[in-house]
Design a protein around this ligand. Structure first.
Ligand SMILES: [Zn+2]
Length: 452
């Protein structure tokens, strides 16, 4: 880490988004424990020096959340939000120390350079420019910097949405993660913009059996039923669901790609053909698969505590993600239909965070246009994320989020693969690209939109 860290919170950083990103990365905000306070306080002094009215909100004083506001006209405020906590780096082998933010070979290297301190740096640069240029804002510009996204948001977005709903008053649209980055598919550059995401529905299945002395050998029982379940979840898919969001996304992609690829994408929307087509699509198939099914991934097994005793009870925790419009009851029914009747189990939902099924696409065209005019020939498409982000908490507060941290990435650069891994890095040019696009959205946002 350099000796002059943190740098002076200088509003002129508006023009140096890469330096902004480096400053953010150099705060070690590994979650757990997070310890986001020094980073959030630094951002607060930066935005307040630029004329924003700032306030922090904290469930835990070491893990504050910042809300900074630049006044605008009467239209609905536009919100930019991001998290500054990052996932651990333990046990990973890094080329450059993960909190040094080294710039080399055209990349900024470090934890959070993709997820999502780069996004926060872009938003800050864009917001600082809007303040400096005295941009005529249709509505207030609200920047929210959050703690604790990577552990579920209990100290961050969830806390803000439940304890401080007043912050979101009048806000219809927000820009956050995950999307706005380029992705090459069959020779066409696409920019997926997240408009919706799957819901978390962690579940626990408990299997029962006779137990007893293990010297008799294994014939059925709780452990075996658990194993049969794990095996079937590995081999089979849950039923196909074509939800309206995914239909829009696939239709748009098929339209842009055309030809044989376009045709097979369209076949995905026919539940009779979906699974067969997915198996032929390679990487794209692996990406689209969870968007067409509820998923159930075994993550924790508990049962047995003695070498010579057959356990009478074994539990299996499943990280289930369900599609917009599906419920925990639908999931239970699908699991019971997939697992053979001879395997009996109790079903319990451990954590369920439903997500609204119909996204409000009112801001989509503006976002798409800023990307498509900056990168002629590329196309923006609405995108449903298979994982969860803070967008689910904002949705509870009535705010539609768009995943919009724009990055023009070199072909073959696998952002999904790299985000929580060693050698996380971002092309320096992508940081400036994103800051410019977000600034353009701030300037062009006029508060009017089409209800869909
Ligand atoms: Zn993130």
């Amino acid at each position: 880490m350099s000796a002059d860290h943190p740098p002076q919170p200088d509003p002129a950083l508006a023009d140096r988004p890469v330096e902004l990103l480096q400053a953010l990365v150099r705060f070690d905000t590994t979650n757990p424990p997070g310890d986001e306070r020094p980073c959030v306080e630094w951002v607060e002094s930066l935005l307040s020096a630029a004329g924003f009215a700032t306030e922090t909100y904290a469930a835990d004083p070491d893990r504050p959340n910042l809300v900074a506001r630049l006044p605008g006209g009467d239209a609905s405020p536009l919100m930019l939000y991001g998290h500054v906590d990052v996932v651990p780096t333990e046990g990973q082998d890094w080329t450059h120390p993960p909190f040094d933010a080294v710039v080399e070979d055209g990349f900024v290297w470090g934890r959070g350079t993709l997820d999502m301190k780069s996004g926060v740096a872009m938003m800050l640069a864009a917001a600082l420019r809007a303040a400096r240029e005295d941009t005529d804002l249709a509505g207030d510009l609200v920047v929210m910097v959050l703690s604790d996204e990577e552990a579920g948001g209990d100290h961050g977005a969830e806390f803000m949405a439940t304890e401080h709903p007043e912050v979101f008053e009048g806000v219809e649209y927000a820009l956050g993660e995950f999307g706005g980055f380029s992705m090459d598919l069959a020779g066409q550059r696409l920019y997926p913009i997240q408009t919706n995401e799957k819901a978390i529905c962690w579940s626990k299945l408990t299997f029962h059996g006779p137990g007893g002395h293990a010297s008799r050998g294994s014939r059925g029982g709780a452990m075996v039923d658990m194993a049969k379940t794990v095996r079937i979840l590995d081999e089979e898919r849950l039923p196909v669901h074509v939800t309206p969001s995914v239909e829009q996304m696939v239709e748009r992609m098929a339209g842009e790609l055309g030809g044989a690829v376009g045709d097979s994408l369209r076949d995905l929307l026919d539940p009779e053909k979906t699974d067969e087509v997915l198996d032929t699509l390679g990487d794209a198939g692996r990406m689209l698969d969870p968007l067409l099914h509820n998923t159930a991934a075994p993550t924790v097994v508990r049962g047995g505590d003695k070498e010579n005793v057959l356990p009478a009870e074994v539990s299996l925790t499943l990280d289930c993600r369900i599609l917009p419009g599906q419920t925990d009851e639908d999931l239970e029914r699908e699991l019971r239909a997939l697992i053979p009747e001879t395997v009996e189990f109790d079903f319990e939902v451990v954590r369920y965070e439903p997500f609204p099924s119909d996204p409000d696409l009112g801001l989509f065209d503006l976002l798409a246009d800023t990307l498509e005019s900056a990168d002629p020939g590329a196309r923006a498409v609405p995108f449903v994320l298979q994982a969860g982000t803070d967008a689910r908490h904002l949705a509870q507060a009535g705010v539609q989020s768009y995943g919009f941290t724009p990055m023009r990435l070199p072909e073959g650069f696998d952002l999904m693969e790299m985000a929580h891994a060693a050698d996380e890095r971002i092309p320096t040019e992508a940081v400036g690209f994103g800051a410019d696009r977000i600034h353009e959205v701030i300037e062009r946002y006029d508060g009017s939109h089409v209800e869909n």
